[in-house]
Design a protein around this ligand. Sequence first.
Ligand SMILES: NC(=O)c1ccc[n+]([C@@H]2O[C@H](COP(=O)([O-])OP(=O)(O)OC[C@H]3O[C@@H](n4cnc5c(N)ncnc54)[C@H](O)[C@@H]3O)[C@@H](O)[C@H]2O)c1
Length: 261
Amino acid sequence: MSQIDIFSLEGRVALISGGGGAIGSALATALAGAGARVTVVDITDERAEAAAAKIRETGAEVLALRADVTNEADCERIVAATVERHGRLDIIVNAVGGGAGKVLFNAEDYPRDAWDWIMELNVRSTLLATQAAVRAMIAGGRGGRVLNISSVRASLGINAGYSAYVAAKGAISSLTRQWATEWAKHGITVNAIAPTFVDTPQVAMLLDDPAFKAGIVSRIPLGRVGGTNDLVGAALFFCSDASSFVTGQILGIDGGLTATQ
Ligand SMILES: NC(=O)c1ccc[n+]([C@@H]2O[C@H](COP(=O)([O-])OP(=O)(O)OC[C@H]3O[C@@H](n4cnc5c(N)ncnc54)[C@H](O)[C@@H]3O)[C@@H](O)[C@H]2O)c1
């Protein structure tokens, strides 16, 4: 056995919530590439199927499911279907979220419907999918891995109408530490990655503005925004045996942005 095998996911089963999205599909592909059998979940069949088809081409075993992970019954269903198809569940990656750029409002007038939508999309989605997955992990008795996606916005304010998003990502980071503490006794680790801007369709409109992009890039020591591939190494670390003694951590993947604050 070589040292690199501590990153292997052979024999493991991973559910990627939001696996049809930009970051979710990149992480699902990476986990499958490391040997995991995966379930790709998205709110549309098309997105789930498209991501699953690409993974299937590599020869990996993949199940595609449509579900709304803000709905408890849907979360129960995708976990049960995963266990039925793959025989177990070891890893959940929560990649549903975002929306910040669509609802920018001054903090003093932040509308309640926009607030509720961002909280639902980011926090409720992570909460319900994780609860269902972790109940299965506890029942399986083999421990497990939870990987959340927070953001640099969990710890950095921004002079633009981001109130709900910073609150939602702050909640994700706090839940990461809380769950790590509660579920350690079951051998389940809980960690999060906290990226700065990742070049994806969700932020394309912002990054297409050269002045906005130049402003962002000028504050990032490594001099560029992220790509989905920049998240892969951390995801493999947190989802594998390589991170066996690491839990409750939020890793900035931000080209050094938070180091400058
Ligand atoms: N893109 C960035 O710059 C960036 C930076 C930091 C953090 N993040 C975070 O990364 C995560 C993923 O972002 P992304 O850019 O890949 O977004 P994305 O929109 O490409 O992916 C999200 C996926 O979730 C699916 N989805 C939405 N609601 C759902 C629901 N209720 N049930 C099931 N699936 C649902 C969408 O259809 C989509 O495929 C988000 O939490 C986001 O906040 C993104």
